[in-house]
Ligand binder design. Structure first.
Ligand code: EPS
Length: 367
Protein backbone atom coordinates (compact mmCIF):
# COMPACT_ATOMS: atom_id res chain seq x y z
CA UNK A 1 0.00 0.00 0.00
CA UNK A 2 1.53 3.31 -1.05
CA UNK A 3 0.60 6.95 -0.25
CA UNK A 4 0.88 6.79 3.51
CA UNK A 5 2.90 10.02 3.59
CA UNK A 6 1.60 13.54 3.62
CA UNK A 7 3.18 17.00 3.20
CA UNK A 8 6.17 18.45 1.32
CA UNK A 9 8.53 20.04 3.88
CA UNK A 10 6.76 18.90 7.05
CA UNK A 11 5.98 15.30 6.18
CA UNK A 12 3.98 12.75 8.14
CA UNK A 13 4.04 9.04 7.41
CA UNK A 14 1.64 6.88 9.39
CA UNK A 15 1.75 3.11 9.73
CA UNK A 16 -0.02 0.32 11.55
CA UNK A 17 -3.37 -1.42 11.72
CA UNK A 18 -6.20 -1.13 14.20
CA UNK A 19 -5.69 -4.66 15.57
CA UNK A 20 -1.95 -4.92 14.98
CA UNK A 21 0.56 -4.57 17.82
CA UNK A 22 1.00 -0.82 17.38
CA UNK A 23 0.32 2.25 15.29
CA UNK A 24 2.84 4.99 14.66
CA UNK A 25 4.11 7.82 12.55
CA UNK A 26 7.30 9.47 11.43
CA UNK A 27 7.26 13.27 11.30
CA UNK A 28 10.10 14.58 9.19
CA UNK A 29 11.03 18.22 8.62
CA UNK A 30 9.95 19.56 12.00
CA UNK A 31 11.97 22.68 12.81
CA UNK A 32 14.58 22.08 15.54
CA UNK A 33 14.34 23.60 18.99
CA UNK A 34 10.63 23.02 19.65
CA UNK A 35 10.05 21.82 23.21
CA UNK A 36 8.24 18.48 23.04
CA UNK A 37 7.31 15.91 25.68
CA UNK A 38 5.17 12.80 25.39
CA UNK A 39 2.55 14.17 27.85
CA UNK A 40 1.77 16.97 25.40
CA UNK A 41 0.04 14.53 23.07
CA UNK A 42 -2.45 13.46 25.72
CA UNK A 43 -5.09 16.23 25.62
CA UNK A 44 -5.79 15.98 21.88
CA UNK A 45 -5.55 12.20 21.89
CA UNK A 46 -8.13 12.07 24.69
CA UNK A 47 -10.39 14.46 22.77
CA UNK A 48 -10.32 12.04 19.81
CA UNK A 49 -10.38 8.79 21.75
CA UNK A 50 -12.91 6.00 21.81
CA UNK A 51 -14.48 5.18 25.18
CA UNK A 52 -14.44 8.82 26.25
CA UNK A 53 -18.22 8.93 26.50
CA UNK A 54 -21.21 6.62 26.07
CA UNK A 55 -21.79 8.15 22.66
CA UNK A 56 -18.86 6.64 20.81
CA UNK A 57 -17.13 3.26 20.40
CA UNK A 58 -16.40 1.57 23.74
CA UNK A 59 -12.92 0.39 22.79
CA UNK A 60 -10.61 1.56 25.59
CA UNK A 61 -7.10 2.46 24.54
CA UNK A 62 -4.54 4.23 26.72
CA UNK A 63 -3.05 5.96 23.65
CA UNK A 64 0.31 6.44 25.39
CA UNK A 65 2.78 8.03 22.97
CA UNK A 66 6.38 6.83 22.97
CA UNK A 67 8.80 9.26 21.33
CA UNK A 68 11.39 7.02 19.70
CA UNK A 69 13.55 9.62 17.98
CA UNK A 70 13.96 13.25 16.98
CA UNK A 71 13.83 14.72 20.48
CA UNK A 72 16.87 15.31 22.70
CA UNK A 73 16.65 16.73 26.20
CA UNK A 74 13.04 17.74 25.58
CA UNK A 75 13.55 19.56 22.28
CA UNK A 76 13.15 18.57 18.64
CA UNK A 77 16.50 18.17 16.93
CA UNK A 78 15.39 18.52 13.31
CA UNK A 79 15.79 14.79 12.72
CA UNK A 80 12.80 12.49 12.06
CA UNK A 81 10.43 12.25 15.01
CA UNK A 82 9.12 8.72 15.36
CA UNK A 83 6.03 8.25 17.53
CA UNK A 84 4.57 4.93 18.60
CA UNK A 85 1.32 3.96 20.32
CA UNK A 86 0.81 0.33 21.28
CA UNK A 87 -2.65 -1.13 20.70
CA UNK A 88 -3.93 -2.75 23.87
CA UNK A 89 -7.66 -3.36 23.48
CA UNK A 90 -8.13 -5.24 20.20
CA UNK A 91 -11.08 -7.66 20.02
CA UNK A 92 -10.59 -9.31 16.66
CA UNK A 93 -13.26 -12.01 17.16
CA UNK A 94 -15.89 -9.29 16.55
CA UNK A 95 -14.83 -9.43 12.91
CA UNK A 96 -15.02 -13.21 12.37
CA UNK A 97 -18.64 -12.95 11.16
CA UNK A 98 -17.88 -10.38 8.47
CA UNK A 99 -14.50 -11.71 7.31
CA UNK A 100 -16.13 -13.65 4.47
CA UNK A 101 -18.32 -10.83 3.25
CA UNK A 102 -18.38 -7.06 2.71
CA UNK A 103 -20.10 -4.37 4.75
CA UNK A 104 -22.23 -2.27 2.38
CA UNK A 105 -20.84 1.27 2.38
CA UNK A 106 -17.46 0.21 3.80
CA UNK A 107 -13.98 0.10 2.23
CA UNK A 108 -13.97 -3.70 2.78
CA UNK A 109 -15.05 -4.16 -0.82
CA UNK A 110 -12.70 -1.69 -2.50
CA UNK A 111 -9.66 -2.86 -0.50
CA UNK A 112 -10.45 -6.39 -1.61
CA UNK A 113 -10.82 -5.34 -5.24
CA UNK A 114 -7.55 -3.39 -5.13
CA UNK A 115 -5.26 -5.65 -3.11
CA UNK A 116 -6.92 -9.06 -3.45
CA UNK A 117 -6.39 -9.52 0.27
CA UNK A 118 -7.73 -7.67 3.27
CA UNK A 119 -7.21 -7.51 7.00
CA UNK A 120 -10.77 -7.79 8.36
CA UNK A 121 -9.72 -7.29 11.99
CA UNK A 122 -10.98 -3.88 13.00
CA UNK A 123 -10.93 -2.82 9.36
CA UNK A 124 -7.11 -2.87 9.36
CA UNK A 125 -5.74 0.28 7.77
CA UNK A 126 -9.26 1.50 6.93
CA UNK A 127 -10.06 1.88 10.63
CA UNK A 128 -10.50 5.27 12.27
CA UNK A 129 -7.70 4.10 14.57
CA UNK A 130 -5.24 5.41 11.96
CA UNK A 131 -6.42 8.94 12.69
CA UNK A 132 -4.81 8.72 16.14
CA UNK A 133 -1.42 9.33 14.55
CA UNK A 134 -2.71 12.26 12.50
CA UNK A 135 -3.82 13.85 15.74
CA UNK A 136 -0.43 13.12 17.35
CA UNK A 137 1.43 14.72 14.43
CA UNK A 138 -1.07 17.58 14.54
CA UNK A 139 -0.09 18.30 18.15
CA UNK A 140 3.42 19.13 16.97
CA UNK A 141 2.09 21.25 14.11
CA UNK A 142 -0.36 23.14 16.34
CA UNK A 143 2.35 23.89 18.87
CA UNK A 144 4.81 25.27 16.34
CA UNK A 145 2.10 27.32 14.62
CA UNK A 146 0.97 28.81 17.94
CA UNK A 147 4.45 29.60 19.21
CA UNK A 148 5.87 30.87 15.98
CA UNK A 149 2.89 32.64 14.43
CA UNK A 150 0.15 32.87 17.07
CA UNK A 151 -2.04 30.60 14.93
CA UNK A 152 -4.87 28.81 16.75
CA UNK A 153 -6.74 25.95 15.10
CA UNK A 154 -10.10 25.07 16.62
CA UNK A 155 -13.08 23.03 15.50
CA UNK A 156 -16.59 22.11 16.53
CA UNK A 157 -19.46 19.87 15.51
CA UNK A 158 -21.65 22.03 13.29
CA UNK A 159 -24.40 19.50 12.53
CA UNK A 160 -25.42 16.04 13.71
CA UNK A 161 -28.01 14.48 11.42
CA UNK A 162 -30.63 17.18 11.07
CA UNK A 163 -29.70 19.00 14.30
CA UNK A 164 -27.91 22.34 13.88
CA UNK A 165 -26.64 24.68 16.63
CA UNK A 166 -29.15 27.18 18.05
CA UNK A 167 -26.35 29.27 19.55
CA UNK A 168 -22.58 29.53 19.57
CA UNK A 169 -20.04 29.67 22.39
CA UNK A 170 -16.44 28.45 22.03
CA UNK A 171 -16.36 27.68 25.76
CA UNK A 172 -19.23 25.22 25.35
CA UNK A 173 -17.37 23.25 22.67
CA UNK A 174 -14.82 21.67 25.00
CA UNK A 175 -17.35 21.09 27.77
CA UNK A 176 -19.16 18.20 26.05
CA UNK A 177 -17.95 15.08 24.21
CA UNK A 178 -19.73 16.13 21.00
CA UNK A 179 -17.73 19.39 20.61
CA UNK A 180 -21.12 21.07 20.30
CA UNK A 181 -21.12 24.88 20.55
CA UNK A 182 -24.44 25.29 22.39
CA UNK A 183 -24.71 23.60 25.80
CA UNK A 184 -28.51 23.68 25.98
CA UNK A 185 -28.78 21.27 23.02
CA UNK A 186 -26.47 18.58 24.40
CA UNK A 187 -29.37 16.55 25.90
CA UNK A 188 -31.02 16.51 22.46
CA UNK A 189 -27.81 15.14 20.93
CA UNK A 190 -27.59 12.50 23.64
CA UNK A 191 -31.20 11.49 22.99
CA UNK A 192 -30.55 11.27 19.25
CA UNK A 193 -27.52 9.00 19.72
CA UNK A 194 -29.37 6.82 22.25
CA UNK A 195 -32.22 6.43 19.79
CA UNK A 196 -29.79 5.49 16.99
CA UNK A 197 -28.05 2.97 19.21
CA UNK A 198 -31.38 1.38 20.05
CA UNK A 199 -32.26 1.20 16.36
CA UNK A 200 -28.77 -0.15 15.50
CA UNK A 201 -28.32 2.65 13.02
CA UNK A 202 -25.89 5.56 12.47
CA UNK A 203 -25.97 9.16 11.27
CA UNK A 204 -23.78 11.70 9.46
CA UNK A 205 -22.32 14.96 10.71
CA UNK A 206 -20.64 18.20 9.79
CA UNK A 207 -17.50 19.55 11.47
CA UNK A 208 -16.26 23.12 11.04
CA UNK A 209 -12.64 24.14 11.60
CA UNK A 210 -11.48 27.72 12.10
CA UNK A 211 -7.85 28.86 12.15
CA UNK A 212 -7.15 32.37 13.35
CA UNK A 213 -3.86 34.20 13.27
CA UNK A 214 -2.86 32.81 9.87
CA UNK A 215 -0.84 35.60 8.21
CA UNK A 216 -1.46 36.57 4.59
CA UNK A 217 0.70 34.80 2.03
CA UNK A 218 0.56 31.08 2.88
CA UNK A 219 -0.35 28.81 -0.02
CA UNK A 220 1.25 28.09 -3.37
CA UNK A 221 -0.65 28.74 -6.55
CA UNK A 222 -1.27 27.01 -8.92
CA UNK A 223 -1.07 23.35 -7.90
CA UNK A 224 -0.20 23.84 -4.24
CA UNK A 225 -3.14 26.04 -3.34
CA UNK A 226 -3.86 26.30 0.35
CA UNK A 227 -7.52 25.46 -0.20
CA UNK A 228 -6.62 22.63 -2.59
CA UNK A 229 -4.32 21.06 -0.03
CA UNK A 230 -6.83 21.57 2.77
CA UNK A 231 -9.49 19.87 0.69
CA UNK A 232 -7.23 16.89 -0.03
CA UNK A 233 -6.11 16.65 3.60
CA UNK A 234 -9.62 16.84 5.00
CA UNK A 235 -11.01 14.48 2.38
CA UNK A 236 -8.36 11.93 3.40
CA UNK A 237 -10.04 11.54 6.81
CA UNK A 238 -12.15 8.38 7.08
CA UNK A 239 -15.83 8.84 6.18
CA UNK A 240 -15.44 12.36 4.77
CA UNK A 241 -17.59 12.84 1.66
CA UNK A 242 -17.48 16.61 1.28
CA UNK A 243 -15.27 19.62 2.03
CA UNK A 244 -16.22 23.27 1.90
CA UNK A 245 -13.98 26.31 2.24
CA UNK A 246 -15.70 29.49 3.42
CA UNK A 247 -19.23 29.61 2.05
CA UNK A 248 -18.50 26.46 0.05
CA UNK A 249 -21.39 25.26 -2.11
CA UNK A 250 -23.55 28.19 -1.00
CA UNK A 251 -21.54 30.36 -3.43
CA UNK A 252 -23.58 28.81 -6.24
CA UNK A 253 -26.57 30.98 -5.35
CA UNK A 254 -24.61 34.12 -4.46
CA UNK A 255 -23.95 37.18 -6.61
CA UNK A 256 -20.53 38.78 -6.90
CA UNK A 257 -21.71 41.85 -5.04
CA UNK A 258 -22.71 39.63 -2.10
CA UNK A 259 -19.84 37.19 -2.15
CA UNK A 260 -16.84 39.52 -2.37
CA UNK A 261 -15.32 40.45 0.96
CA UNK A 262 -14.98 44.21 0.78
CA UNK A 263 -11.75 45.66 2.10
CA UNK A 264 -11.76 48.62 4.46
CA UNK A 265 -8.74 50.17 6.12
CA UNK A 266 -9.89 48.80 9.45
CA UNK A 267 -10.58 45.29 8.18
CA UNK A 268 -12.43 43.02 5.75
CA UNK A 269 -16.17 43.63 5.85
CA UNK A 270 -17.09 39.91 5.66
CA UNK A 271 -15.51 36.49 5.19
CA UNK A 272 -17.29 34.53 2.49
CA UNK A 273 -13.98 33.35 1.03
CA UNK A 274 -12.97 31.49 4.20
CA UNK A 275 -9.67 33.35 4.42
CA UNK A 276 -8.23 32.15 1.11
CA UNK A 277 -7.99 34.04 -2.19
CA UNK A 278 -6.31 32.49 -5.23
CA UNK A 279 -5.07 29.62 -3.07
CA UNK A 280 -3.23 32.02 -0.73
CA UNK A 281 -4.24 33.00 2.81
CA UNK A 282 -5.65 36.53 3.02
CA UNK A 283 -4.96 37.04 6.73
CA UNK A 284 -8.62 36.50 7.55
CA UNK A 285 -9.91 33.65 9.65
CA UNK A 286 -9.50 30.42 7.73
CA UNK A 287 -12.75 28.43 7.61
CA UNK A 288 -13.24 24.87 6.40
CA UNK A 289 -16.07 22.36 6.86
CA UNK A 290 -16.34 18.64 6.32
CA UNK A 291 -19.30 16.33 5.81
CA UNK A 292 -18.92 12.85 7.34
CA UNK A 293 -21.08 9.99 6.20
CA UNK A 294 -23.00 7.76 8.61
CA UNK A 295 -20.89 4.81 9.80
CA UNK A 296 -21.37 1.73 7.64
CA UNK A 297 -20.83 -0.72 10.54
CA UNK A 298 -24.42 -0.98 11.76
CA UNK A 299 -26.72 -3.59 13.25
CA UNK A 300 -29.48 -3.23 10.67
CA UNK A 301 -29.18 -6.18 8.26
CA UNK A 302 -28.16 -5.22 4.73
CA UNK A 303 -27.75 -7.05 1.45
CA UNK A 304 -24.23 -7.86 0.36
CA UNK A 305 -22.21 -10.58 -1.32
CA UNK A 306 -19.60 -12.95 0.06
CA UNK A 307 -16.04 -13.45 -1.18
CA UNK A 308 -17.29 -15.99 -3.73
CA UNK A 309 -19.87 -13.54 -5.08
CA UNK A 310 -22.89 -15.32 -3.52
CA UNK A 311 -25.66 -13.28 -1.87
CA UNK A 312 -25.16 -12.60 1.82
CA UNK A 313 -26.81 -10.62 4.59
CA UNK A 314 -24.55 -8.46 6.74
CA UNK A 315 -25.03 -7.32 10.32
CA UNK A 316 -22.03 -5.63 11.99
CA UNK A 317 -21.79 -6.24 15.70
CA UNK A 318 -19.01 -4.81 17.84
CA UNK A 319 -17.88 -1.50 19.30
CA UNK A 320 -18.83 0.94 16.58
CA UNK A 321 -19.57 4.66 16.58
CA UNK A 322 -23.17 5.64 15.84
CA UNK A 323 -21.72 8.90 14.52
CA UNK A 324 -18.04 9.11 13.62
CA UNK A 325 -18.44 12.86 13.30
CA UNK A 326 -18.60 13.13 17.10
CA UNK A 327 -14.89 12.27 17.35
CA UNK A 328 -13.82 13.97 14.13
CA UNK A 329 -13.24 17.51 15.42
CA UNK A 330 -9.67 16.94 16.69
CA UNK A 331 -8.84 14.98 13.55
CA UNK A 332 -10.01 17.79 11.28
CA UNK A 333 -8.09 20.32 13.38
CA UNK A 334 -4.96 18.18 13.06
CA UNK A 335 -5.23 17.95 9.28
CA UNK A 336 -5.70 21.71 8.99
CA UNK A 337 -2.68 22.29 11.26
CA UNK A 338 -0.55 19.87 9.23
CA UNK A 339 -1.38 21.66 5.99
CA UNK A 340 -0.69 25.03 7.60
CA UNK A 341 2.72 24.14 9.03
CA UNK A 342 3.77 22.63 5.72
CA UNK A 343 2.65 25.72 3.82
CA UNK A 344 4.24 28.00 6.42
CA UNK A 345 7.60 26.31 5.97
CA UNK A 346 7.28 26.41 2.18
CA UNK A 347 6.37 30.09 2.35
CA UNK A 348 9.37 30.77 4.58
CA UNK A 349 11.65 28.93 2.14
CA UNK A 350 10.68 30.92 -0.95
CA UNK A 351 9.11 34.16 0.24
CA UNK A 352 10.27 34.57 3.81
CA UNK A 353 11.66 38.05 3.12
CA UNK A 354 8.67 39.44 1.22
CA UNK A 355 5.59 39.82 3.39
CA UNK A 356 6.93 42.14 6.04
CA UNK A 357 7.21 45.09 3.65
CA UNK A 358 3.57 44.97 2.52
CA UNK A 359 0.90 46.98 4.33
CA UNK A 360 -1.77 44.79 5.91
CA UNK A 361 -5.36 45.41 6.82
CA UNK A 362 -6.73 43.75 9.95
CA UNK A 363 -8.37 40.35 9.49
CA UNK A 364 -11.96 41.58 10.16
CA UNK A 365 -14.84 41.14 9.67
CA UNK A 366 -15.45 44.68 10.94
CA UNK A 367 -17.98 44.68 13.77
C1 EPS B 1 -13.73 1.16 14.15
C2 EPS B 1 -14.23 0.20 15.02
C3 EPS B 1 -13.92 0.23 16.46
C4 EPS B 1 -13.54 1.64 16.87
C5 EPS B 1 -12.42 2.09 15.96
C6 EPS B 1 -12.94 2.32 14.59
O1 EPS B 1 -12.78 -0.55 16.75
P1 EPS B 1 -12.84 -2.07 17.17
O2 EPS B 1 -13.44 -2.78 16.01
O3 EPS B 1 -11.43 -2.47 17.40
O4 EPS B 1 -13.67 -2.19 18.39
O5 EPS B 1 -13.18 1.61 18.21
O6 EPS B 1 -11.84 3.28 16.39
C7 EPS B 1 -10.67 3.24 17.08
C8 EPS B 1 -10.13 2.13 17.56
C9 EPS B 1 -10.05 4.56 17.27
O7 EPS B 1 -9.04 4.64 17.98
O8 EPS B 1 -10.57 5.53 16.69
C10 EPS B 1 -13.98 1.10 12.72
O9 EPS B 1 -14.75 0.21 12.29
O10 EPS B 1 -13.41 1.91 11.94
Amino acid sequence: MSSNSFGKLFTVTTFGESHGPAIGCVVDGCPPGLALASEEFKPDLVRRSTGRSRYSSQRHEADEVEILSGVYEGHTTGTPIALLIRNTNQRSRDYERIAQTFRPGHADYTYWQKYGIRDPCGGGRASARETTMRVAAGVIAKKWLAERHGVRVRGYLAQLGDITPDGFDWDAVEANPFFWPHAAQVPALEARINQLRKAGDSVGARVDVVADGVPPGWGEPVYGKLDGELAAALMSINAVKGVEIGDGFAVVAQQGSQHRDEMLVDGFASNHAGGILGGISSGQELRASIALKPTSSILIPGHSVDLAGAPAEVVTKGRHDPCVGIRATPIAEAMVALVLIDQALRHRAQCGDVGAVNPRIPSGPVA
